[in-house]
Design a protein around this ligand. Sequence first.
Ligand code: NOJ
Ligand code: MG
Length: 639
Amino acid sequence: MIQDGSLDRTSSLGAMYDHPLGRDIIDKLLLQLGRSPKWVDNFVIRRLPLGVVERLGRRFTGDGFMDTLFSLLNDVSESPTRTSGPVTPHWWKQAVFYQVYPRSFADSDGDGLGDLRGIIDHLDHLDDLGIDCLWLSPIFASPNEDNGYDISDYRAVMTEMGTLDDIDELIAACHARGMRIILDLVVNHTSDQHEWFKEARRDPEGPYGKYYILREGSPETLPNNWASYFSGPAWTWLKDAQRWALHLFAPGQPDLNWDNPAVRQEVADIVGWWLQRGIDGFRLDVINFISKREGLPEGNEFVGSLMEFAGVEHYFHGPNLHTYLAELRRDGFQRQGEAKEAPGHDPMAVMIGETPGIGIETGRLLTAEDRHELDLVFSFDHLEAPGKTRWDDYVYDLNHLKAYMIQQQSRLGSGDWVSIFWENHDNPRMISKVNPDPLYRTPLGKALAALQLLGRGTPFIYQGQEIGAINQGFEDISDFRDIESINRLSENHGGPVNIDVVRPGSRDHARTPMRWDDSPGFTTGEPWIGFHEHSTGYTVAEQREDPDSVLNFYKSLIALRREHSALRLGDVRFVFRDRRDYFAWVRELDGESFLIEVNLCARTINRPHHSTTQAPILTTGEYGPRLSPYEVRVHRVLD
Ligand code: NOJ
Ligand code: MG
């Protein structure tokens, strides 16, 4: 329980920082403002009453900010407990996941679009790599306004990608190799082509009208100031229904009304239906957005401008979020009938939430083992440097990632577990963010692999990372396909189109086809999005043959992880924490211990003296007193 009861204007800033959500909010504000969290650790600052903070900040925050904050914080009545003891060795803590973006992975029929048979044909690649579980971005029926994140039928496969028979075959092929497979559950919203929405439009007063967030009113007056993530307001006027429909994303992605028990039951039924087909779990799209504050209040403008989207404080950690997740776990993810921990049979299918805006403590509230909500979350605070957004053109300093990883681990108990990822289909390539100089592409790709695969948590590799994929040389507006980029490009208020506003952060960088080999490789037809990166040496075919390739390094690290439980479940202890550009940690379990070192910069650096005796296992440089740019070294610690 939170000890001091509810927070009000007489509570101190320190009390807010001791509250799990309060801490995350303060950390997030500081991150967005590019300030250090150390700022709050000051004795005087901690004692400031929140009423005083409100007065000092009112010039920026406007009225109502504190009241919104209190309603957010006082909804949370518990802190996650920080337990100690052995870690439960669930398979998903030990697994290496691999995200496939099916549209761009492999095209089997020459229509230029990746498909399920393409994935089946390339399972050897994933098996060779040592992958334990695949995650497929959406493959369900969809008009593809947002590449499948707009689903019109949750029990059908998108025609272009194949059939239910194909998915059954893929599930069976994965399981036959001892691999699991999870799908993407997009249930904050559906497509506007879903039968439920069509019915809601036809009869907004009928049962399906209550499946969505529809509001009466006049077409001139928006119900509130909430912004869509894909530009413009989060509301569309439905002329036929004479209602506004809420859509946090595109107009074709209306938000479901999770406060309606019938909607929650539908979602649980969909999950159960796929479990019966043998699916091992789901990644749940923007799942922390499902519970909206009652009355859908106006978003605070200060928060809106800081976070780029007005209204977010009313749904990123809504009042019923935890209840709805626990219910979905129980009613959907628990396997019916006979169960044992094995692919296709786990008693509890894995439940991984994509949770934008969720910080470390709130992440723990969502995943702590004894709370029975999610197993893992993806939060995103580590993906940009302080004060930066995805759209900024800047160099990402790996020392920030180091600070984040140390901070995160220091806050976890034995009942907590985290995901580790640098890339996905919504983000540019990490190598390009850190250092686009081709000279460092391979060593940097390997350094990122070591940070991910030997860190403490579950790694999620995004397709292409294993061959050192980088950003694309997009040159023209016609090169882009993504709704987010295209809307942003056209937002230029009458000014000339300037692709620099999307080039650094466009999601299309990660969505160009997988580079299997130098010939078309991905397809025999015309790919749905062009390749704009043709460097030699960075295709799967080339890297397979090269013992020093990024691909072979991934393979070695994954094999090492498989061999030693200390590298999967072991504790982590960071050493020489304050040494800039140098990152070293020890993983330990049952008397077995490993030291991992990574040079975080493009310069050669001195290696500090370690007092332990070590036996080297691998290096990407040469053993010696110095570490070459981005060098990785792994040693076994002998005493
Ligand atoms: C997050 C997904 O990862 C992204 O690709 C999508 O556009 C939004 N959610 C909306 O579903
Ligand atoms: Mg195809």
